[in-house]
Design a protein around this ligand. Structure first.
Ligand code: PPS
Length: 509
């Protein structure tokens, strides 16, 4: 096990010898070392340390900080008395100090499981008063502190270590993280996820093992009111829409020299870090990204992801790419930023996705399109499930800050769609400018700029068609067997039953 804390520290399991020598039997979740200093703590500590990193401290907080047995309780009583009991007549002085001056390092030690199912009695009672019925397994101190009037973390993550491995973890969004089964990983036939694969519940999103860190980081991000996010399930027209939005906002006269900069930097991808894991890609992210990161933070390690820093340094309005679905983003994100969601016929998405993953040097899928499509339908491919992704956006389509568009509509009447996007963004572009933009974002024009659009990093050999492959509607017909067409039609129908999303045009005639 190794894990990185929000503080940047590394977590390692303590050696068996260290644990044995310690001769303390109650650390049933193992013992960890936190590096580089080497702090030794019970196995649950990383959860609670990350929770502290997310806490909102107040300007009138006073912390008593000590190495154990150095006078903590004495100093707590001095400070509490001065601030809350100067006349020595506050009836609260009879309350246990555990509640008057709660301990940030309590939860890792008074682990409810190792102490027979419950924290120290007055603490358990206070916790139950605050949250009747809530489990105490995830720690109690954040809630107790919050109820004291100290604003605790936004929505703390919770990790349960069972034995030596992370078996389940809670994201700031409230989602649970589980390791994907060995069978799922084997069937996926992609070798590059060296940090394993996780499922994020309840929807069951399948992502590389580093994803939880980055999803939590997004939960803590400060979005700006002029941010525009392009959100899609992969291969549904993300890059096309990024180029449309970026051009409208930053290059309406088609004379911005920045148009020659790679789209990775002009429109950074929130879901990049989990995929372009620097370790699985030989030690460094895609070159221009690595270079930009080094400019921003000379000497800083890239192991912890690069995107948050690159985004932070970007001037506005930022055009942010993102493949994560709404349920994994901050719940109120549409109150702050604008989102353009692009959906595409899942049959064409599958065709594009399979072609891409069969021919890139990033994540090489070793299998035919039938097996790939079946993985998509059975939620066994990375980024799946597809439907909850689309439906979560579809349900929000009337929100004034969400623009929902189908790839197929972009293909069938691009001017009509450009006008709508122009209005949604408030870009105020003339018809003439939109006509010029239409030419600039055409498939052939974008393909000719493959060097700045995401062509190069993916190539196996010099091949422009890996990314800009066909750019048409209905290519599934050239790739699907009749059986696969039928299976996908049934899958589409089944998933749209009881919804008001009609994709009859996506079915076989
Ligand atoms: S990714 O990797 O998920 O960001 O890919 P994404 O950009 O979503 O999807 C790639 C597909 O979009 C097509 N594309 C376009 N189609 C029409 N017009 C333009 N300008 C355009 N730009 C990109 C691209 O060709 C991929 O689809 P397929 O079907 O594979 O050709």
């Amino acid at each position: 096990m190794s894990r990185q804390l929000l503080s940047g520290h590394k977590v390692e399991q303590a050696s068996e010898e260290v644990v044995k020598n310690m001769k303390i039997l109650s650390f049933i979740h193992g013992v960890v070392r936190i590096l580089p200093e080497g702090w030794l703590y019970p196995g649950t500590a990383p959860t609670f340390i990350d929770r502290i990193s997310n806490m909102k401290f107040r300007s009138d907080d006073v912390m008593v900080m000590t190495f154990p047995k150095c006078g903590t309780t004495w100093m707590q009583e001095i400070v509490w008395t001065m601030l809350h009991n100067p006349n020595l007549d506050n009836p609260k002085e009879d309350e246990t100090i555990f509640l008057r001056s709660p301990d940030l390092s309590y939860d890792m030690i008074f682990d409810s499981k190792s102490l027979g199912g419950s924290p120290i009695k007055p603490i358990a009672e206070r916790f139950k008063e605050i949250h009747p019925g809530k489990e105490m397994d995830n720690g109690v101190m954040a809630d107790i502190l919050e109820a004291l009037g100290v604003l605790a973390s936004l929505c703390p993550p919770a990790v349960s270590y069972i034995g030596q491995y992370i078996m389940s973890r809670q994201l700031l969004s409230g989602h649970k993280v589980e390791q994907a089964s060995e069978e799922v990983v084997k069937n996926m036939k992609i070798l590059s996820f060296i940090h394993g694969v996780v499922r994020i519940l309840p929807e069951g999103w399948l992502y590389p093992g580093t994803a939880p860190t980055f999803i939590d980081r997004i939960s803590n991000m400060k979005f700006r009111s002029d941010d525009v996010m392009v959100m899609t399930f992969p291969k549904c027209g993300t890059t096309w829409m990024q180029e449309i939005v970026w051009t409208m906002l930053h290059n309406p006269n088609l004379d911005n020299p920045k148009e020659d900069e790679t789209i990775f930097l002009r429109s950074p991808d929130l879901s990049y870090d989990m995929i372009f894991d620097s370790k699985s890609l030989g030690g460094s992210p895609i070159k221009p990204i690595a270079e930009r990161f080094k400019e921003i933070h000379p000497g800083k390690e890239m192991d912890n992801g690069v995107m948050a820093d690159i985004l932070e340094a970007l001037g506005g309005p930022r055009v942010i790419k993102n493949h994560f679905p709404f349920p994994l983003l901050p719940r109120d994100i549409l109150d702050t930023i604008k989102v353009v969601y692009v959906a595409r016929n899942p049959k064409d998405m599958t065709t594009s996705f399979w072609n891409f993953y069969s021919s890139t040097n990033v994540h090489e899928f070793r299998g035919d399109i039938d097996s790939f499509a079946r993985l998509i339908m059975n939620d066994g491919m990375i980024y799946c499930p597809y439907w909850p992704h689309v439906m979560a956006a579809w349900e929000k389509r009337h929100h004034p800050n969400l623009h929902f568009v189908f790839y197929e509509d972009l293909i069938s009447d691009i001017m009509h769609e450009l006008r709508k996007i122009n209005e949604f963004l408030g870009a105020g572009l003339s018809e003439e400018k939109l006509e010029a933009i239409k030419r600039h974002i055409s498939f052939s024009s974008m393909k000719s700029r493959v060097g700045t659009l995401p062509g190069n990093p993916f190539k196996k050999e010099q091949d422009k068609t890996v990314f800009f492959r066909k750019g048409i509607v209905g290519d599934w017909k050239n790739n699907f067997s009749p059986e696969l067409q039928e299976e996908m039609d049934q899958w589409i129908k089944k998933n749209l039953t009881d919804t008001d999303l009609n994709l009859s045009w996506a079915l076989a005639e």
